[in-house]
Design a protein around this ligand. Sequence first.
Ligand code: E4P
Length: 217
Amino acid sequence: MKFFVDTANLEQIKEAHNLGILDGVTTNPSLMAKEGIKGQEAVIEHYKKICDIVDGDVSAEVISTDFEGIVKEGEALAALHPNIVVKVPMIKEGIKAIKHFSNKGIRTNCTLVFSAGQAILAAKAGATYLSPFIGRVDDISWDGVDLIDQIVHIYATYGFKTEVLAASIRNPLHIIKCAEVGADVVTAPLSAITALLKHPLTDIGLAKFLADAKKFA
Ligand code: E4P
């Protein structure tokens, strides 16, 4: 399973990269706005900085919602760096654009996915990645991990090449549950990734080993 970090914060991206287990980064307009990035030039520069840190896929989201606009924006983003993956919303114009990008060899991440039906359409259009938002599904009292399970099963049944990228991860258990049902990728906040490190028995065991080591130091 690939690990992406879900942030536009350069310090957090560096920290995740330094762990040695990072395969990529996902961003979205909300995450970019959180970093105080303003203006198209600043956005472009920020994506370049992320690509300089991480040798892996970096999702950059379009903000147009019409076919021509998505294509123009997506082609410009893809030209920035070979690792850029164009993030396209799950709307009718987005599906058309994903098909267009797929024909041109431009990689895509279909975002804002909340159903198996949407997942089938994105795979048919040739999306490289599919981002079901499991935390937001949980927020409305449905089961986000069940959605991942359903999509993984459908894709395996038909041999779709689209990778299931579990997004909107809120905690370490989401990561573990997504691994259990066979998500290809998880994109998570750094806090959820580092929370995987934690276990009280590890801390207790290490404290005992270090105390005993002093006896023969
Ligand atoms: C990633 O691709 C998504 O944009 C992100 O995971 C959404 O997460 P949120 O529901 O916590 O905003």
